[in-house]
Design a protein around this ligand. Sequence first.
Ligand code: NAG
Length: 226
Amino acid sequence: MKSNQSFFIKLLIIQCLTVVCFSQDFDFFYLVQQWPGSYCDSKQSCCYPTTGKPDADFGIHGLWPNYEDGSYPSNCDSSNPYDESKISDLIRSMQEEWPTLACPSGNGSKFWAHEWDKHGTCSESLLSQHQYFEAALDLKKDVDLLQILKKAGIRANGESYTLNNIKNAIKDAVGITPWIECNVDSSGNSQLYQVYLCVDTSGKNIIECPVMPRGKCGSSIEFPAF
Ligand SMILES: *[C@@H]1O[C@H](CO)[C@@H](O)[C@H](O)[C@H]1NC(C)=O
């Protein structure tokens, strides 16, 4: 009787610890997609992946858990590191849709490991490693940014467009307001760098952003070729 009781007390303690220590609370995700032309054409140079030059398309940067107050959790579980054997069926798609552009040239593993270790572990209570990477890939398939912009006459040809035209083109197509991040090219022109869309905690549904990141674009934004 006595040992039985202590067993249940231990069980209770373990459950409480699990809730307090390991439930990774967050409010929503940012799905961040980057334009490779603006990554490469800025002061920092870029290096194509060892698998070759990526398509002239937006690439996934990451799927980032965030809080409604604008802050975000990071590096939430060092005991669950990136494990490529868990996502081997996704690697081909990730090479296409989530290419690394960092120097020196890499095969992607370092980039994906960074994204999982820093961001993915913070949603591990809801999405396994496989579900996390798959969720980002599926979301990108749902929202073809390049096609959406092209239909609105916004092309990656080095011309400039207004921030409002870019935002409205995406809003009209997706039904949700995006957030646009700019960087500057080597001559100091503001250019379309990353597009943020908010996603609910299931990783499946695009939602209005509870809070937008900070930062500012010029009113006229270049969309460089890649
Ligand atoms: C990339 O290279 C690393 C180190 O050589 C290797 O462990 C990993 O499996 C490679 N990943 C891919 C996707 O080829």
